[in-house]
Design a protein around this ligand. Structure first.
Ligand SMILES: [Zn+2]
Length: 382
């Protein structure tokens, strides 16, 4: 990941204040959005230290046996395309899946600044990992079909729970027109696709700032009545042309902001205390022990089941961690009381050491996941 430019860092910190304070926008950044920088690079796994980035061990050296991997699209038997047509310029990204006759969230992927539009569409199909399986990348960061040639497995949005098991709640589209400047839409005020329940993900090659996410009305802990009006934030993903597929988990992280109002949990550890007055950000950041016990005391000791899926998937691919490291990572996603909280202040707490909202690992953590499932239930129960 690139280093955060000073201006972007300032914007990010201002925006983080907005996110944590639930809409106090005295310092609204000039982009009109809520930037959410990717966490800085972390250390390599193998020697658990203070800051860890899970990098699988190198796979056994075996000869490549095939060319670039083509992801299998979801079986069209799951849900057929509806008889209702989408608005002009809106096309199904995964033919056979979408159904406009069913109440669903419409995830819309949009291009901005792509020279080759077909490449954008192909990239969008890959990066969402819509078949629920991670994207295998070789040592150059390019997709590979064979686990034997993979050096890492990138878990995109739909390879991570609860999105993974909720694909039937989503239609996924792309826009045929590229956006000139997507930033004004990030804090809403306009519908881009003409579809209801819209969340737009802009993929922007070499965007000048870090990836950003707009605010959602599903800002915890209040679960709004859908009839009372609501919105998701939009997301803008900086796609570095030198390593485009590296953004798979970053996209999921930003959707965590834009869809569920989850907060960045790495701020204190990586950027230092930013001076904010409010250390509370439900569901995973609490200002003191009492509040922490109120927020997640009932699930203390829980491990998000996605952790086991993550570990098992890596094991099957030959990319698994050593047993000691598995236990180390399990401890990092076990719900407890992590002193320092999300903003680096002693006596404040966060629910887990690591999460999608901390180090962009493919595990939300049980506190975040519980809230995310409550939001998704507004669709699954309707
Ligand atoms: Zn973020």
């Amino acid at each position: 990941m690139r280093a955060l430019p000073p201006r972007a860092a300032a914007i990010a910190i201002a925006a983080l204040l907005i996110a944590a304070c639930g809409g106090n926008d005295d310092d609204t950044p000039d982009m009109g959005s809520s930037p959410s920088p990717s966490p800085p690079p972390l250390a390599t796994v193998g020697q658990p230290t203070e800051t860890i980035r899970p990098e699988p061990e190198a796979p056994p050296a075996t000869p490549p046996d095939s060319g670039p991997r083509e992801r299998s699209e979801p079986a069209p038997t799951e849900v057929p395309d509806s008889s209702t047509e989408p608005p002009p310029g809106v096309v199904a990204l995964f033919p056979g899946h979408n159904d406009l006759d069913t109440d669903r969230i419409n995830l819309v992927v949009a291009a901005s600044g792509w020279g080759d539009f077909d490449r954008f569409v192909a990239f969008a199909k890959e990066i969402l990992t819509f078949d629920g399986e991670p994207l295998l990348l070789d040592e150059n960061g390019e997709p590979t079909a064979a686990a034997a040639t993979a050096s890492q497995a990138a878990f995109g949005l739909f390879a991570i729970e609860p999105w993974r098991s909720s694909r039937q709640l989503f239609n996924v589209w792309y826009l045929t027109e590229q956006a000139d400047d997507p930033t004004p839409t990030l804090n809403r005020g306009q519908n881009v696709s003409g579809l209801p329940n819209e969340l737009v993900v802009y993929l922007v090659p070499d965007f000048e700032f870090e990836s950003v996410a707009g605010q959602t009305s599903f800002f915890p802990p209040d679960l709004p009545d859908r009839d009372g009006g609501f919105f998701f934030g939009d997301v803008l993903i900086d796609v570095p042309t030198t390593a485009p597929f590296s953004v798979a988990s970053n996209l999921a992280h930003e959707v965590g902001h834009a869809m569920f109002g989850l907060s960045d949990e790495y701020v204190g550890d990586f950027l230092g205390f930013d001076g904010r007055s409010d250390l509370t950000s439900y569901p995973a950041c609490a200002e003191d022990r009492d509040e922490a016990e109120t927020f997640w005391g009932a699930i203390a000791g829980d491990v998000d089941p996605m952790f086991e899926i993550w570990m098992e998937t890596l094991r099957e691919l030959g990319l698994g961690f050593r047993p000691a490291d598995v236990e180390f990572f399990r401890s990092r996603v076990t719900v407890g009381y992590v002193d320092g909280g999300c903003y680096g202040v002693d006596g404040s707490y966060r629910a887990t050491q690591d999460s999608l909202m901390y180090g962009e690992i493919p595990v939300l953590g049980s506190a975040n996941r519980q809230w995310a499932e409550r939001v998704l239930a507004l669709w699954s129960s309707s």
